[in-house]
Design a protein around this ligand. Structure first.
Ligand code: ADP
Ligand code: MG
Length: 369
C-alpha cells in the first residue's frame, strides 16, 4: 500500500516557517493535488516526503512505515521536478536507463529493454529513444523526465509543477495525459501546483496551502462549492469570485456599506445559520456564474446595473457590472444574449448559491448542528 501520511509536520528555515503543522492523508492510488501560491510551502512539502529535507516536528509515513529516518534512496518515491533534470548529451534511452542502473536495483539488460519499451509507449516517446535530449522540445523533455520517474515503478510520484514551463496548449494536453498515466500505472500521485485549473481538472482531492498552512482539503467539487474561507474562495475559480462587503440586518443581506445598497433576501437556511443577531458584518462571496443576467427585472434579488466592461470568451461573456461607483462586480452572460458595453441589464443574485463569510475571521459561516 502506498498511502502518504503527514502528521503535524513543521519545517522552518531560520525565521521562516515554510510548513506549519501540516496534516495530510493521501490514499493509496489517489491523485492528490497540493495547490497554493508561490512561497506557500509546496516544494518544501515534497522535499520532506522525498527525504531531501528533515522536518523539525512531526512524522512522515509511507504505507505503514514511519520514514523520518530513511534516506531518500530507500523511500521508493520518484520526484519529477519543475525544471527538467535530464542529461543533455545523452540519448533519451540512456536517460531512461539511468535510474535502473542504481546499485540498489539489479535489472538485467533484457528487463531494462522491456521496461523502457513499455514506458516509452505509455508516454509516446518511442520515436525519440535515440535522440539526444538537448534537441527535444519542452513537452518532449518533460515526457522523458516523467519517463525517468516511471521506469523505477515507484509506489509514489512526487510532482513539482511539472507543467509550469510548458506553453498553454501543451499544458492542456499534458494535463489529460498525466491523468491517463495515473490511471494506467495505478500509483499514488502527490502533485503540486499553483494553477487552480490543473488542480480542479486532475485531482481526486485538493489541499489548499497558504503560508505553510493547510486551509482546506476536499474534492474539487467541495472546494469549489463550499470554500471554507475567503482565501480558498478566491484562489479557486476563474473568473474570480465576487467578494462584496455586506451587512446582515434582520434577515436581509445588505450589500454595500454606504450610499446606495443592494438588499437581498436570505434563504431560510442562511437565516438559521446566522441566527438572531440583528446586525452582523459579513462578506458575500458570489461566483460570476451565480449572478443571472436578464433584460427584464426579476422578482427578487434583482438589481439594475450598467455594463461597463465586457470580455468575450467565445460561448460566454464576462461582464463587469456597475450598480454604483462603489458596487462593481463580475457576472457571466451567454454570448447569444448580445449584451454590450453601456447596456442596462438586471443582475439576479442566486442567493442559494451564495457564500457568506465572517468579515473579521474570513471564515465561512456554517450551520452549527
Ligand atoms: N532552503 C531554503 N532556505 C531558506 N528558505 C527556504 C528554503 N526553501 C524554501 N524556503 C522558504 O520557505 C517558503 C516556502 O518555500 P517553497 O516550499 O519553495 O514554496 P512553494 O514551492 O510553494 O513556492 C518560502 O518562503 C521560501 O523562501
Ligand atoms: Mg515550489
Amino acid at each position: 500500500m502506498a498511502e502518504v501520511k503527514l502528521v503535524g509536520i513543521t519545517k522552518k528555515f531560520g525565521d521562516i516557517t515554510a510548513v506549519n503543522d501540516l496534516n495530510i492523508e493521501v490514499k493509496d492510488k489517489e491523485f492528490f493535488v497540493l495547490l497554493g501560491p508561490t512561497g506557500a510551502g509546496k516544494t518544501t512539502t515534497l522535499r520532506l516526503i522525498a527525504g531531501l529535507e528533515k522536518p523539525d516536528k512531526g512524522e512522515i509515513y509511507l504505507g505503514n512505515d514511519m520514514v523520518n529516518k530513511w534516506v531518500p534512496a530507500v523511500r521508493d518515491v520518484a520526484f519529477v521536478f519543475q525544471y527538467y533534470t535530464l542529461y543533455p548529451h545523452y540519448t533519451v534511452r540512456q536517460n531512461l536507463e539511468f535510474p535502473l542502473k542504481s546499485s540498489l536495483r539489479r535489472v538485467s539488460k533484457e528487463q531494462m529493454d522491456d521496461i523502457i519499451k513499455e514506458v516509452s509507449k505509455v508516454l509516446h516517446i518511442e520515436h525519440l529513444l535515440d535522440r539526444q535530449t538537448v534537441n527535444l522540445s519542452g513537452g518532449e523533455m518533460q515526457r522523458v523526465a516523467i519517463g525517468r520517474a516511471i521506469v523505477r515503478r515507484p509506489k509514489v510520484f512526487l510532482m513539482d509543477e511539472p507543467l509550469s514551463n510548458l506553453d498553454a496548449k501543451l499544458r492542456e494536453e499534458m494535463r489529460a495525459e498525466l491523468a491517463r498515466l495515473h490511471l494506467d500505472i495505478g500509483s499514488t500521485f502527490f502533485y503540486v501546483t499553483h494553477d487552480q485549473v490543473e488542480a480542479m481538472t486532475m485531482g481526486d482531492r485538493i489541499g489548499v496551502l497558504n503560508e505553510g498552512k493547510l486551509l482546506q482539503v476536499g474534492t474539487p467539487e467541495q472546494v469549489y462549492n463550499k470554500p471554507d474561507n475567503i482565501f480558498v474562495a478566491k484562489f479557486v475559480g476563474s473568473p474570480v469570485i465576487n467578494l462584496l462587503e455586506s451587512e446582515i440586518i434582520n434577515d436581509k443581506l445588505v450589500i454595500g456599506r454606504k450610499g446606495q445598497t443592494m438588499e437581498c433576501n436570505l434563504t431560510d437556511l442562511q437565516c438559521r445559520m446566522i441566527g438572531k443577531a440583528s446586525s452582523r458584518k459579513v462578506i458575500l462571496g458570489i461566483r460570476p456564474e451565480d449572478i443571472l443576467i436578464t433584460k427584464e427585472r426579476q422578482e427578487k434579488n434583482s438589481f439594475k446595473c450598467s455594463v461597463y466592461f465586457k470580455q468575450s470568451m467565445g460561448v460566454e461573456d464576462i461582464l463587469n457590472l456597475k450598480f454604483t461607483d462603489e458596487l462593481i462586480f463580475r457576472a457571466i452572460a451567454p454570448t447569444r444574449m448580445l449584451v454590450n458595453v453601456g447596456d442596462i441589464v438586471h443582475a439576479n443574485f442566486l442567493m442559494d448559491r451564495a457564500h457568506i463569510f465572517d468579515a473579521n475571521t474570513e471564515e465561512r459561516l456554517e450551520l452549527k448542528s
